[in-house]
Write a protein that binds this ligand. Structure first.
Ligand SMILES: [Ca+2]
Ligand SMILES: [Ca+2]
Ligand SMILES: [Ca+2]
Ligand SMILES: [Ca+2]
Length: 300
């Protein structure tokens, strides 16, 4: 059975604590449980079966707690039935009260390490030593708490875009992951925001895509920007965790500075003109800076 299938079944049981499982004699295993759970009303004619109560436990709880109870409905409280637990974590993580069928935790659980446990229960008649019920399988689900901060992947982030890019140009995408349960509450629901880099850049809250938000970003004025992005879980609500990352954005050159000769009128020599143009093409800085240098060197 796939993990997803098992989880789906867990959900069924968690939502209907205390269900009356009357059909498991013929349908062992998880699918049998689901059938029985789903057909509780239809099978009241059968008088015996397992009774299940709460079957989940919150993670990271250091206190030993009763998780739930398995019980044969033929149990009249006369202690004539012995309950036995086996399967994942039996005797180590969980123990069963052999008289009441109550299951309790023996240690703190970590959902991020193991999200559910598959166990089996038996009910043995103490007088006859015969099974009172067929062995049945059940699941204890470990319920998530928000105990993991989102973390950025693929750091460090470096990006470059051409200067003078239009507003809305995608610069980079930052991605964070959160080890908590994406299906439970908002524990792993992430929101991105920008801490540093406005007004030149903005970040899309759900995708982490950084876009330009400023017109005419001129490489000749500023070549590099440090964009700091924060990610928060709990959809950014208070009480959650956060972390941040830096994206280094460089502007690459485009040929957006034409040579200017207005201040170079005194330079009539064709050779000097060609020198100026060659210098400008090579370094792409304002032509008249070089004009001044050349003028100095030539003592015009
Ligand atoms: Ca945990
Ligand atoms: Ca989290
Ligand atoms: Ca967690
Ligand atoms: Ca340029």
């Amino acid at each position: 059975m796939s993990t997803l299938r098992v989880l789906a079944l867990v959900t069924v049981f968690s939502m209907v604590p205390g269900g009356f499982l009357s059909d498991i004699r013929d349908t062992q295993g998880l699918e049998g449980q689901q059938l029985a759970q789903g057909s509780t009303v239809l099978h009241h004619r059968q008088k015996r079966g397992w009774i299940w109560k709460q079957l989940f436990v919150q993670e990271e709880d250091p206190t030993s707690r009763i998780v739930g109870q398995v019980k044969s409905d033929s149990d009249r409280g006369e202690f004539n039935i012995q309950y036995i637990l086996s399967g994942e974590g039996a005797g180590d993580v969980f123990e069963i009260d052999e008289y009441s069928g109550e299951i309790r935790t023996l240690k703190k659980l970590d959902r991020e390490e193991k999200a559910f446990y598959v166990l089996q229960a038996q009910a043995i008649n103490r007088r006859t030593n015969e099974p009172e019920e067929p062995q049945s399988e059940f699941i204890i689900k470990v319920q998530d708490i928000n105990d993991n901060a989102p973390l950025f992947l693929n750091e460090p982030y470096l990006s470059s875009i051409p200067e003078m890019s239009p507003v809305g140009t995608a610069v980079a995408q930052v991605t964070a992951t959160d080890a908590d349960d994406p299906m439970f509450g908002n524990n792993a629901k992430l929101i991105y925001s920008i801490l540093q880099g406005e007004p030149y850049f903005s970040v899309q809250p759900k995708t982490g895509i950084i876009v330009t938000s400023w017109v005419n970003m001129d490489r000749e004025a500023r070549e590099e920007y440090l964009v700091v992005v924060q990610v928060k879980d709990m959809l950014g609500l208070s009480g959650g965790y956060s972390s941040s990352t830096t994206v280094t954005v460089s502007l690459t050159d485009v040929n957006d500075n034409g040579p200017t000769f207005q201040q170079c009128k005194s330079l009539s020599s064709l050779a000097v003109m060609q020198t100026l143009m060659a210098i400008h093409k090579h370094k792409h800085t304002p032509a008249c800076t070089h004009t001044q240098e050349v003028r100095e060197s030539m003592k015009v």
